[in-house]
Design a binder for this molecule. Structure first.
Ligand code: G6Q
Length: 556
């Protein structure tokens, strides 16, 4: 760390995180509890499992199976306060330009603000604009769902294909899968993101262009993958429909770039806008969610927004000791920076949330995968951990082994619901009993005595021992509804914000995406050139390019 003081992009000096009194207090405290076992912590306090919990917006968080005491939480709250988390939360909700490297406000919370709220940015009340777009989306979604919106040849739209990538894809895919139960079942929804032609071909091969609507989602409308796929989609449609005018009935755009949309040939009357203060990975509840709205209907979409908003309100107002996103964010800092955990596993015991870990990977890692503080000084501590996961119980039969008995500490978020959406015999009780059993096993393990008491002897004993003491959060809600999903996503958004504030990084830029993009542009010219290109890369890249060109040209 260069010196003790840092400055934010433009503001007052900020003390280096590891020099803060609260950080030092936590470091001292860590030495006293690092070897404490969850078995002991639970034995010492019979009410621990009821006390170390919090609840808001329909979501119950049990964090008692983390390696923390009341003192840990007290010190973490001190740290959050020293890092001015209260002020940062207020600044975000007010629309200050807290994304300092891009000089942008960060206002995804305005996307779910009620009509009566006013949030003024550059003299304009953004909430009015949000609701105007929501109205247009609702009208369009109703027309498509009811069949009033017809394709060019008069046929009803039966298929919707969202073309977008990153933030313009992962949210829509995740939420479509998550809320599929509530979706219009006589329609097909697909998502094309990859520039790999297979993605487009497999998404369209069995569909009729006369019945297919494309939503081109791109905030910038310049993204290579999305524009390449959008052109493929137009060619696919026009091969059957013949007439350029058909584009009006089969293509709509979601973008902030009206000019780019017109140039592509989409009527801006069929464009749904959003704003530069909505980051891609924070945009699933903006017009980027148009496919979601068509799938689940405007009412369900608004219910989802209400769930987001309920969690927003909780985050802004609840004391830190009862604040779900703050608690989860602080625990991630505790596990990462003090216990040196490198990853977080997210394990939904809900099939509909099968894409949730993939969605969270972008939200968490693009936001907090940063190596410098707000003023550009190199951080002297770890920032965002690796997020990954799969739905339970599938994961139990693959990678959980390492979580239980491996050498690494892997904190886990277990997510479950008390009521199933698709009752089948006793499946749901079996599912959730597995969730509870896993958190119990991870916390308490199996001692040598217990192994021996089970009849195991000799050299096999160490293989059968589970150390336990593996931290988990359990997130439990009544039922997977649009409201609950909104609250769950907002919970993670604000947990990410809490972490980023403590680490003093910009959670809202993504410069790391740029270098590869620029290099790929140059390389694509070299791959496509007819003459042998003069290559100026390193010897590995040069050889790979030559080999690719040689073998590609041998294709049948
Ligand atoms: C997200 C990122 C990134 C972005 C994609 C797509 O926060 O900004 O994932 O969403 O690169 O960008 P466009 O929507 O501009 O095509």
């Amino acid at each position: 760390m260069s010196g003790k003081k840092q400055t934010t992009g433009s503001n007052a000096p900020v003390q280096c995180l590891t020099e803060r009194p609260a950080w030092k207090a936590l470091a001292g405290h860590f030495q006293t509890i690092r070897d404490l076992h969850l078995r002991q912590l639970f034995a010492d306090d019979p009410r621990r499992g009821e006390r170390l919990t919090a609840e808001a917006a329909g979501i119950y968080l049990d964090y008692s199976k983390n390696r923390v005491t009341d003192e840990t939480i007290r010190l973490l709250v001190n740290l959050a306060e020293e890092c001015s988390l209260h002020e940062h939360i207020a600044a975000m909700f007010r629309g200050e330009r807290i994304n300092v490297t891009e000089k942008r406000a960060v206002l995804h919370t305005a996307l779910r603000a009620p009509k009566t709220e006013r949030i003024v940015v550059d003299g304009i009340d953004v909430v009015t604009g949000v609701h105007a777009v929501l109205e247009r989306m609702s009208e369009f979604a109703r027309q498509v769902r009811s069949g009033a919106w017809r394709g060019y040849t008069g046929k009803r739209i039966r298929n919707v294909i969202n073309i977008g990538i990153g933030g313009s894809d992962l949210g829509p895919v995740m939420v479509y899968e998550a809320l599929r139960y509530y979706s219009q079942r006589d329609m097909t929804f697909r998502f094309v993101s990859n520039v790999d032609g297979t993605d487009f071909v497999e998404a369209t091969h069995d569909l009729n262009p006369e019945e297919t609507l494309f939503i081109i989602c791109s905030k910038t409308f310049t993204t290579l993958e999305t524009l390449t796929n959008a052109h493929a989609a137009r060619a696919w449609s026009l091969r059957k429909l013949g007439d350029d005018l058909a584009v009006r009935r089969h293509f709509v755009a979601v973008s902030t770039n009206g000019e780019g949309v017109s140039q592509f040939g989409i009527d801006t009357a069929n464009m749904f806008g959003f704003w530069d203060w909505v980051g891609g990975r924070y945009s699933m509840d903006s017009a980027i969610g148009l496919s979601t709205m068509i799938a689940i209907g405007p009412e369900n979409f608004r219910a989802m927004l209400a769930g987001f908003h309920a969690m927003d309100q909780h985050f802004r107002s609840a004391p830190f000791t009862q604040n779900l996103p703050v608690l989860m964010g602080m625990l991630t800092v505790w596990n990462s920076n003090f216990f040196n955990a490198q990853t977080v596993a997210v394990l939904p015991y809900e099939q509909y949330l099968k894409r949730f870990p993939a969605y969270l990977q972008q939200l968490t890692m693009e936001s907090n995968g940063k190596h410098v503080t707000l003023d550009g000084a190199r951080v002297a501590y770890q920032t965002g951990p690796v997020y990954w996961g799969e739905p339970g119980t599938n994961g139990q039969h693959s990678f959980y082994q390492l979580i239980h008995q491996g050498t690494r500490l892997i904190p886990c978020d277990f997510i479950g619901f008390c009521q199933e959406l698709n009752p089948v015999a006793n499946h749901h009780d079996l599912l959730i009993s597995n969730l509870f059993a896993q958190t119990e096993a991870l916390a308490f393990g199996k001692t040598e005595d217990e192994v021996k008491a089970g009849g195991v002897a000799g050299w096999l004993v160490p293989h059968r021992i589970f150390d336990g003491n593996r931290p988990t959060n359990t997130i439990l809600a009544e039922r997977l509804t649009p409201e609950t999903l909104g609250a769950l996503v907002a919970l993670y958004e604000h947990s990410v914000f809490t972490q980023g504030t403590i680490w003093n990084i910009d959670s809202f830029d993504q410069w790391g995406v740029e270098l590869g993009k620029a290099l790929a542009e140059r390389t694509s010219v070299e791959l496509e050139s007819r003459d042998e290109p003069l290559l100026g890369h390193d010897s590995s890249t040069n050889a790979l390019i030559r080999r690719y060109r040689l073998l590609r040209n041998k294709r049948p």
